[in-house]
Write a protein that binds this ligand. Structure first.
Ligand code: C2E
Ligand code: CA
Ligand code: CA
Length: 699
């Protein structure tokens, strides 16, 4: 059996077909062939099989020429060797056929060539097909690699280094991210990008892994050409030659700088104050703990914390705005840092409170000197946007041992000592003591119990009479609230009013005092027809016009005349929110409610307020009566205030009159009314009724 050959023979003459086949067979082929005799035949057969060759007679005719068949093959995209056999190759025809794509033309006279040509064509066909397959495959692979490389280059930073770590290739992204041109990198080692973030040890470990031919993965912080940093998540793949030696490393890096920066920011935010950049409370506590353990080991560097609070800082925020407040806090922070030195730790604990963990002080005296020096510097004038800011600061000191052995306790006690300074003498330094703690403890308890006091009905209103010097009778009273604490007994208002104001409890409390005052007026008016009660107002009750609505409601409900009610306000309250308070006060005055300015002389005592506010009465603070003897400076001041108030159409009440001398002086100076222990102490309703019944004018 010869080699098989599938053949399509285009020839109408059967004799000729036999000749051809015989010729082919004699040369060792085993042809499997089909004969095409018409165009229709051709069209069917040519696509029927994967022909090794087509042998076509030049004389074949069914209205078509061999050229037509060739162009049909092209159209059908069939690559089959097409061999033409001709009686005699007329040159012109032969050329046309060859041009049309025939593989060869063979004359019948030299038909012996046919098997050779078939052999040759079959070889070439195989070769062409293989080539096509390879080209396609190569093209596909190349395209695939290009796609992968493109994708890789978009997303990753790629570098290749040789066995000794010298860079031999970097992609474009590497250049863009690092800021170095390719030429600046190739030929150098990666050290050019190194930052000090990894230790020598860590680099060594990395090299050990990759030199052993293993893949290394990790995060690396690199330095850009401009000196800034970038972070990469890196995979280094070592490539080894056939002998096992490594000849190159391919490193694929992902830029993770954004993530790293966000992480860094988070850790920074967790330990540093964003306004001043100082360590925050959490980090400060860690530093105290470190100091404590150092001290426990070596007995050196006695841990001492100095806390500092800027006095009345709220005023800056209120007058200049929070933005300026922030600027000024930063200035204070800088001042504290500069006095404390670089070894101390300074923290901002919150708003306007700072603390310093001082170093290497041997005694509390030294710490005390330091704190005083600090306060002196803090109160130096700050020039700011054309203003001169002058504020004092108060300080507290707590040391390891007597103020606790835990960081938390020491810090807390330094703050307690600082609060103590504020309460006893603003702008000074206090060293923590046990009694301070007890006092704070008491205050905390009060604060806690206060919340329940109103529901438990623990408040009682006392009334203090006010004597009219001209009429020689008691016409007015002041309502003063008391708290009957179940365990602590009678708690004075100074101990809880500020807390009630802070917590908002003052709002229901004032309403309670107002209701009780109406009861009082009704009860006492059985004894005397002319009676009015003054209630003290805090800023909080002006919100939502509370006080105005209450007074109108209580008048409608109980029929109490407006003229029987007075309200007392302080200068600082009036100043706080003039736009809101003045209209409410004016409305109250228009109803007939009298407005008194309380504690005159203790605050700003600005005379301009006397004019701006819709007042009827000025209450001179008790301090005006100190050292008043006829002819003294103090007496002159008293007289001039009384005159001035009268000029403005206001009545004057002197507060805190305790003896007859003061009484006589005030009567002399034409003061209108007096209030004080000389007349009576504040008392409960029942007592007040008895007091009225037995009252005799003072002469
Ligand atoms: P204030 O309005 O100046 O009340 C006068 C204070 O002086 C009262 O103290 C009174 O008992 C006291 N006092 C009266 N006469 C004399 C005297 O001759 N000598 C001395 N040494 N003191 C005298 P109290 O009752 O302890 O009240 C203190 C402050 O608490 C009041 O000062 C007032 O500001 C506030 N307060 C009292 N009750 C209320 C209230 O219902 N609401 C508000 N917002 N504050 C209140
Ligand atoms: Ca008062
Ligand atoms: Ca007063």
């Amino acid at each position: 059996m010869g080699s098989p050959l599938s053949l399509l023979v285009v020839e109408s003459d059967t004799q000729e077909v036999f000749r051809l086949i015989r010729e082919i067979k004699t040369h060792g082929f085993s042809p499997l062939y089909q004969v095409v005799s018409s165009w229709k035949d051709w069209e069917e057969r040519v696509v029927e099989e994967d022909w090794d060759a087509i042998v076509c007679s030049m004389d074949w005719q069914d209205g078509k020429t061999p050229q037509d068949l060739l162009s049909d093959l092209r159209e059908k995209k069939l690559d089959i060797p097409f061999i033409v056999v001709a009686k005699e190759a007329v040159l012109g025809n032969a050329l046309q056929v060859m041009r049309a794509g025939a593989a060869d033309i063979i004359e019948y006279s030299s038909l012996f060539r046919l098997p050779l040509v078939l052999e040759r064509e079959r070889r070439e066909l195989v070769y062409r097909r293989e080539k096509e397959i390879t080209t396609n495959y190569l093209g596909d692979s190349l395209r695939e690699i290009q796609f992968q490389k493109f994708a890789l280059d978009q997303a990753t930073i790629v570098s290749i280094t040789d066995a000794s770590g010298i860079i031999t290739y970097v992609n474009e992204k590497f250049s863009i991210v690092s800021g170095y041109r390719k030429e600046e990198l190739v030929g150098h080692s990666h050290r050019i990008l190194k930052s000090d973030e990894k230790t020598l040890e860590e680099w060594k470990e990395m090299w050990e892994v990759i030199q052993k031919g293993r893949v290394w993965r990790g995060e690396i912080k690199n330095t850009k050409k401009d000196g800034t940093f970038y972070w990469v998540d890196t995979t280094i793949v070592p490539f080894s030659a056939q002998d096992g030696s490594i000849f190159q490393y391919i490193a694929i890096h992902h830029d993770i700088t954004d993530r790293k920066l966000a992480e860094d920011q988070l850790t920074h935010d967790a330990f540093y104050d964003s306004l001043t950049g100082l360590p925050n409370r959490a980090l400060f506590l860690v530093r105290i703990e470190q100091k404590i353990s150092e001290y426990n080991l070596s007995s050196k560097g006695f841990p001492i914390v100095v806390s500092v609070n800027i006095d009345n800082f709220k005023r800056i925020n209120n007058s200049l705005g929070n933005g300026s407040g922030d600027d000024i806090l930063r200035i204070y922070a800088k001042r504290i840092e500069s006095v404390s030195g670089s070894n101390a730790t300074v923290t901002r604990l919150g708003a306007d409170t700072f603390a310093v963990l001082v170093v290497d002080f041997l005694s509390l005296n030294e710490a005390n000197d330091f704190a005083n020096k600090l306060l002196d510097y803090l109160k130096e004038i700050i020039p700011y946007n054309g203003y001169e800011i002058y504020l004092t600061a108060s300080s507290g000191i707590a040391a390891f041992g007597m103020a606790g052995k835990e960081a938390e306790d020491i810090l807390k006690n330094a703050e307690i000592a600082m609060f103590h300074s504020k309460e006893s003498k603003i702008g000074t330094v206090s060293i923590f003591s046990q009694t301070m703690q007890e006092k704070i403890h008491y205050q905390l308890e009060i604060q806690n119990d206060l919340k329940k006091a109103i529901e438990r009905n623990e408040f009682v209103v006392y009334y203090q009479p006010i004597y009219d010097l001209k009429e020689k009778e008691i016409g007015h009273w002041e309502a003063l609230v008391r708290w009957k604490h179940p365990k602590k007994g009678l708690v004075p208002p100074v101990d809880f009013i500020p807390m009630a104001e802070d917590s908002g409890l003052i709002v229901p409390l004032t309403k309670y005092v107002l209701d009780d005052s109406c009861l009082f007026v009704n009860e006492v008016s059985f004894v005397t027809d002319k009676v009015s009660v003054a209630i003290n107002l805090s800023a909080e009750v002006f919100q939502h016009q509370n006080i105005f609505h209450w007074i109108v409601d209580v008048h409608n409900k109980t029929g109490i005349p407006f003229s029987s009610l007075q309200v007392e306000i302080t200068e600082s309250l009036a100043m706080k929110n003039m736009n809101e308070t003045i209209p409410i006060l004016s409305n109250l005055r228009d109803l007939g409610v009298k407005i008194a300015l309380d504690d005159f002389g203790t605050g700003f005592s600005s005379l301009s307020y006397l004019e701006k506010l819709p007042l009827s009465i000025v209450k001179m603070d008790k301090s005006f009566l100190n050292n008043v003897v006829p002819g003294s400076k103090e007496a002159l001041l008293l007289i001039s205030i009384i005159h001035m108030a009268h000029d403005l159409g206001l009545k004057v009440i002197a507060e805190g009159v305790e003896d007859k001398t003061q009484f006589d002086l005030l009567a002399d100076y034409k003061c209108d009314m007096i209030q004080g222990y000389l007349i009576a102490k504040p008392m409960a309703l029942q007592e007040a009724k008895e007091f009225m019944q037995n009252f005799k004018p003072i002469s």
